[in-house]
Structure formats: C-alpha cells, structure tokens
Design a protein around this ligand. Structure first.
Ligand code: MAN
Length: 480
C-alpha cells in the first residue's frame, strides 16, 4: 500500500514539478519531492534526517547544513562544492559561486544568460553575442595556433636531423681517432728504432728559445703596463668625478656614468698577478739540472726533443697564444710530429666527449630546444636591452645576467652573472609560453638581481582542449 502511494506520488512529481533553479539537469533527480501522507517533502542531500517541506527549497532561508536546499539563492554560507548552475542556452553551461547571485553584477564570464541576476533582473541574456565572439576568437587564434604547431612540427623534424648529425659526427670522429692512434703507435715504433740519446745539457740547447720567448714576453709586459697606466688614469678621473659631482644638479649623463662606474667597481675581478719571469726562471733552473750524458739516465729522462717540446708548450700555454713563436728545427721533426699526433688525439677525444655530453643534455620535451643552440634573441624591456643567448648567456645592456646552467622544471636557468651592487651575483630563469612570434613578453625582477623572463615561442605550443579554449577566451565587453 505504502509503496503504491510513493509510486503515485513520484508519478505526480514528474508530471507537475518544475525544474529547481540553480541545479543542473543531471542533478535535478536529487530534487524530486517525496510524498509523505499527501504532503510534498524533501530531505537535505547530505543529511537525510532533516526533512523539509518541498517549498523550503530556494526559499532564501538556509535549512540544510550542507546548503543543499538553496541551490538558487545566496542564503547558505559559501560552499565550494555547491555552485549555482546556469544553463547558458546556445553557449556552455556554467557554475557560479552562490554568493555572486543577485548582487547586481552580471557575471557573463560564467552565466552569459544573466540568470545569476534572476531576482534583480539586472542582466540581459548575452549568450548569442558571446558565442559569436567565442567562435571568432577560435577562428583567429586557431589560425595562429596552427601556424605555431606547424613550426613546431617542422622544428621537431629538424631536431631529429640535428641529433642525427651529432651522432654521425661522433662516428666520424671515432674513426679518425682510431686512425690517429694507429699513426701514433707506428710513429712511436719508428722513433724508438731511430732515436739516439742526446748527450747534452738541456739548458744549453733550449736557452736560445727561452731567450727569444722571454724577450717577447717582456715586450708584451711593457705594453700591458702602458695600458694599465692609462686605465688607472681613467679610473682616477672617474673616482674624482664620483666624489666631486653635484648630486643636486640633475645631469642624467653624469648620474648614469657614476652608476655604471660603481657597477664596474663592484664587478672588478681581483687581479691575478702573474709573474712570468718567476715561471721562466724556474723552468731554466729545472733545465740546468738535467743532462743526458749517462746510459742509466737515458732510460729515465726523456729525450732532448721531448724536453724541448715540454718547455716550449709549457711557456706557450702560459704566456702566448700565437702558436708560431719558435720554429722547431728539422732535427725534431719526428718528435714534434709525435707530439702533434698526441695533441690531435686529445683534441678529437675532447670533441667526442663534448658531442656525447651534448647528446644527453636536456633540451626539453623531445629535445626541441636543441634548435635554439647558438641562437640569440634580443629586445627592450623596462629601459634595458636584453640579449639572450639560449645556451650561452643573458645580458642586460652590457651587464652579464647569467650563464646558462640547465633546463629544469620547464625553465631555462642561468647563473653566475655579474655581481649586484651590494647584493648577490645576478641570475635568471626563462619561461617559454606559446606564441607564433618569438619575442620577449616580459622581464621581472622578483628578487633583487634575479630575473624572470617570459618569452613567446611556437616551440611550446600544444593543441587546446575545449576547456582551454574557453579558459583562454576573454569577452570583449565593448562589443556586447
Ligand atoms: C642595475 C640593474 C638592475 C639591478 C640593479 C641592482 O641597475 O641590473 O636590474 O636591480 O643594477 O643594483
């Protein structure tokens, strides 16, 4: 009997009950009345022990602790899990926080149908116009996005090619390493056969070369001294200006120069005084102590030409960058070719290592930022010119902001820039956001001398999901 009553009651409800305001079609079934002794009742959703009369739903008085009896009013305390449903016919349905209902403000971003202001009647339904704007936005942005995605796809092909080139280069280098190692082995064998132990004082033999290099070094030192004197004069002039200028006189050029001078002082590396003559003297002393006049020594002491090469490269590496300072005489041609081969092998090994490291370096998703190697970007922001060498360094005018460290958490990180006046060394992070046209979007300095740079790039673009389209779309209120 009871079952039949409920059954009839429900039937009646389906026929006569209007939809409950603020509830989505999917949840309307939760708001059906229950017939209790001929009266329409309803139970709070999360606390069914509380029985309300059906008319207490949306009566602008909060009866249920979970707020479920007021889906269409602002009577219950804010509950992030309960939101007002607006149907937005012709557009996308939305869910609005209940405290925004009937507050006199049109929340068209979420309720384009204006139903959030059902009581005040303040808002017309704008869904049609907003839907048109949304379509137009999708079309124009879609074109731009497709362009970016196209660039990205081509870039990914290019990345595969670039990686392949590196792999090929490694194979080639490994082959030429093998060839050079074989040559070295052969040359060593030949040399062993023909080498004769020299019985001479090493110093006597090499002193002419050392003298010649010494003279050159002295020449360089005197030139450096002259230049240093000039720098000192300039520094003194600037120091006097920094002390004596009138700060009340608003001369921007003077102020800017003094600021740069202070920057310059704070970045001034401590000078390393390289006493070249000490190094030469110690080499000469070493050479004086070495002779090749006994059979036993000949076993343990290197040959004359090896010694000569040792001194030659030692001096060369330390002081002079031009390689053709002295001409090794004909008698050393075999030894020098041996050394030549050794250094060739070293260079190849270093190059192989560099390329192998490069292959495993993190260049972002699918290695895409590999194409940015050796690429630069520059632009003005906040009165500064920024120059960005992606895997190199960033400059703010002529101040080094940081050297590339790594790609981490979707960001390119830079460290060890020029020291800040009374602060840390400069550093930066770059975040790339989707855009077809690569450019500097913004530069911020959230902490002193730490820079946050946003760049647009097609390389980070992805297809939008329907939610992303809606999220990124902004209504143009002037056109409504
Ligand atoms: C320069 C710029 C600024 C930085 C200050 C710190 O003016 O590098 O970005 O904040 O130095 O003194």
């Amino acid at each position: 009997m009871f079952v039949r009553q409920v059954y009839y009651g429900l039937l009646l409800a389906v026929q006569v009950t209007a939809t409950v305001r603020g509830v989505s079609p999917d949840d309307q079934h939760l708001y059906q009345p229950i017939d209790v002794n001929g009266e329409k009742k309803w139970l709070c959703l999360l606390d069914p022990t509380i029985i309300l009369s059906y008319s207490q739903i949306n009566d602008d008085y909060c009866d249920c602790p979970d707020g479920s009896d007021e889906p269409g009013t602002n009577a219950c305390p804010y509950n992030p899990d309960r939101k007002y449903y607006c149907a937005n016919e012709g557009y996308f349905p939305g869910y609005l926080e209940n405290f925004k209902l009937n507050d006199g403000t049109c929340d068209y971003e979420i309720c384009c149908d204006g139903s959030d202001e059902w009581l005040t009647g303040a808002c017309e339904n704008k869904c049609e116009a907003i839907q048109e704007q949304f379509q137009a936005y999708k079309e124009t942005t879609g074109k731009d996005l497709n362009k970016s995605l196209d660039i990205k796809k081509k870039t990914l092909d290019q990345v595969v090619y670039l990686k392949n080139q590196v792999e090929q280069k490694i194979i080639q280098l490994e082959q030429s390493l093998k060839r050079s190692e074989t040559k070295l082995q052969q040359a060593r064998g030949q040399l062993q056969k023909t080498s004769q132990v020299q019985s001479n004082n090493v110093h006597d033999k090499i002193s002419p070369y050392i003298d010649s290099i010494s003279n050159q070094i002295l020449g360089y030192i005197s030139k450096i001294d002259q230049k240093n004197k000039k720098i000192k004069q300039l520094q003194e002039m600037l120091a006097t200006m920094a002390q004596e200028y009138n700060p009340n006189f608003n001369d921007l050029a003077v102020k800017d120069t003094i600021k740069k001078y202070q920057e310059y002082l704070s970045n001034l590396e401590q000078e390393v005084i390289d006493d070249s003559t000490d190094h030469l003297n110690s080499l000469i002393e070493k050479a004086k102590g070495l002779t090749f006049d006994s059979e036993e020594n000949a076993q343990s002491i290197p040959s004359f030409s090896n010694m000569l090469h040792y001194y030659y490269t030692s001096i060369l590496e330390r002081f002079i960058s031009q390689p053709n300072v002295i001409d090794l005489s004909q008698e050393n041609v075999d030894e020098s070719s041996l050394e030549g081969l050794k250094s060739e092998i070293n260079t190849i090994k270093k190059e192989i290592q560099y390329l192998k490291d490069d292959l495993v370096r993190d260049y972002g998703p699918q290695d895409i930022f590999r194409v940015l190697q050796k690429k630069q970007m520059s632009g003005n922001y906040g009165g500064y010119n920024y120059r960005i060498g992606f895997f190199d360094g960033i400059f703010q005018d002529d101040v080094l902001i940081g050297k590339f460290k790594e790609y981490k958490d979707n960001k390119l990180l830079y460290q060890d820039g020029a020291k800040c006046w009374n602060g840390p060394k400069r550093s930066a992070e770059i975040e790339l956001v989707c855009g077809s046209n690569p450019r500097i979007l913004s530069v911020m300095e959230p902490e002193k001398c730490h820079y946050y740079i946003e760049l647009t790039s097609p390389l980070v673009c992805e297809e939008f999901t329907e939610e992303e389209w809606r999220y990124n779309f902004q209504i143009n209120y002037d056109l409504l």
